[in-house]
Design a protein around this ligand. Structure first.
Ligand code: 4FL
Length: 228
């Protein structure tokens, strides 16, 4: 999969180079290009924003650099083009699966004051939110999308880590995990996990998952019970 990120803060995306995602980028099962919108500005000062028509606080990102940037990298509109915005559809596990089937994504990050509406009209397929809060820009939201989507791509997770048994695949929250030592500050690891009886261990984990989901996320639990 190829993901192009359009931003005026390309430095922020160095975060993608560490951990599991960094390794996936090296293995080339995933390509992420971070593109500086400013490079496409024809303004003599390389400006990418201007005062809002009608007045108001803050600046608005102008059409020209973004329009030219998108059309330079995707002239035939082959990519699925997403604008990160609180106005969009709220991102979820289901949407992460849907997007992971795309060959090419373009994620456009705006600053929080916004972008000229004509960019959305001319260039964008869909607006996507990661939740009901405002960020200083779409960059962190884009990183959330890259992270959650890439976990579904073959070769991104190590062979041992599968995304199949995680929360939201089973429809349940995860059971508690423990590692050594078997006792810490007087707190013992549940006995059943120490005995090597894998049928019993699986049964315990399943029960814990159901109990925790029922308590903390009755909405998820109801769905789980209905679709089981
Ligand atoms: C984007 C917030 C997606 C939540 C400011 C600019 C945002 C956001 N989801 N806030 N973009």
């Amino acid at each position: 999969m190829r993901i192009d990120i359009l931003t005026i803060f390309p430095e922020m995306f160095s975060a993608l180079d560490s951990g599991v995602l960094g390794k996936a980028l090296q293995r080339e099962c995933l390509t992420v290009n971070v593109i500086n919108i400013r490079d496409y500005s024809t303004d003599k000062h390389k400006r990418t924003d201007d005062y809002p028509f009608g007045g108001g606080l803050g600046m608005v990102m102008t059409v020209q650099p973004i329009y030219d940037c998108i059309n330079a990298i995707d002239p035939n509109h082959n990519a699925k083009r997403i604008y990160m915005s609180p106005r969009g559809r709220t991102f979820s596990h289901e949407i992460s699966l849907e997007l992971s089937k795309e060959e090419w994504l373009i994620l456009l990050c705006g600053s929080y004051e916004g972008i000229d509406e004509r960019i959305i009209e001319l260039c964008i397929d869909e607006e996507m939110s990661i939740g009901d809060y405002v960020l200083t820009g779409g960059e962190l939201a884009a990183m959330v999308i890259v992270n959650a989507v890439s976990r579904h791509i073959d070769g991104v997770l190590g062979s041992k880590d599968s995304d199949l048994d995680e929360s939201f695949s089973t429809g349940l929250l995860e059971y508690p995990q423990y590692t050594r030592p078997a006792e810490y500050m007087g707190l013992a690891v549940p006995e059943v996990l120490l005995n090597g009886n894998h049928a019993k261990i699986n049964e315990w984990r399943q029960n814990m998952s159901e109990q925790i989901t029922k308590e903390r996320r009755p909405d998820l639990y109801k769905l789980y019970k209905e679709t089981k």
